[in-house]
Design a protein around this ligand. Sequence first.
Ligand code: NAP
Length: 279
Amino acid sequence: MTVTGATRVGAVIGDPVAHSLSPIIHNAAFAATGFDATFVALPVRPADLGAAIAGVRALDLLGLSVTMPHKAAVISHLDDVRHEAAALSAVNCVVRDGGRLVGTNTDGAGFVDALTAASVDLVGTRVLVLGAGGAARAVVRALVDAGVAEVGVANRTTEKAEAAVLLGGRDARVAEVDDAPDYDVIVNATSVGMGVAAAAAVVPLPADRLRDGHVVVDLVYEPVETGLLAAARAVGAQAVDGVGMLVHQAAHAFTLWTGLPAPVAVMDGAAREALQPKT
Ligand code: NAP
């Protein structure tokens, strides 16, 4: 694309942020739709967050993605926060609404859309979420909204599991990884397996807890094929990788910023190409 005087700028802020795939995914979407914008990654130290958000206003940026460690702290610098982000105390997307900056969270919707794209019908299912950090909390809330029958949350630190369960209301409870055979869908929302080749078989639950008939979702997307997904396939379970959620949460952000339908297949292709192991 040609950057002109009319080209808008969107950005992801984080610390660190150089590893972010958001520029690759959003620039592919801008190119595919002809929307005149470009997307960059901007490192922002925690102490500079307020100044950075003032800069978003002053520079009239198209919108922001927000990643660690700013997802909670950014809230106090915004004009408004939508209910999904307020419930999670975490913003991953900032949208302009006239002169106002509004925070939202697209992780939960992205997760549900990724499962829909993988032909998984969540209604009435029992889902075990492994982990209770930011990603797990977004998933727990989205699952209950999607009409699952029950959400179990199993986490190394029980107090955090108890806090995550509160987001799921009466359909959520604290669980153990050993309960996995009783569930229909297993979601790894821990960071176990991140950056580890599948062959190393680093998995967040004993592999003998997986069975044929499970849907196993790994939110870890680097590597795309994790030890957990390999173990799931080995027992005949359906394996859903983390790229889908990554792409679909970005697709929601793209639509919020541009008003256009997101070119999801193009965004997915760009993410998967970037995640291919380097030889
Ligand atoms: P986080 O807030 O730091 O939470 C990390 C979670 O992993 C906590 O529940 C933590 O348990 C657990 N954990 C870490 N190491 C563990 C270990 N050795 N054994 C057992 N549990 C362990 O991180 P997050 O933002 O939720 O992200 C979690 C993962 O999801 C990351 O891999 C991230 O890349 C991925 N993610 C993917 C997407 C996507 O779009 N696909 C979106 C968001 C996140 P404790 O509470 O006991 O510490």
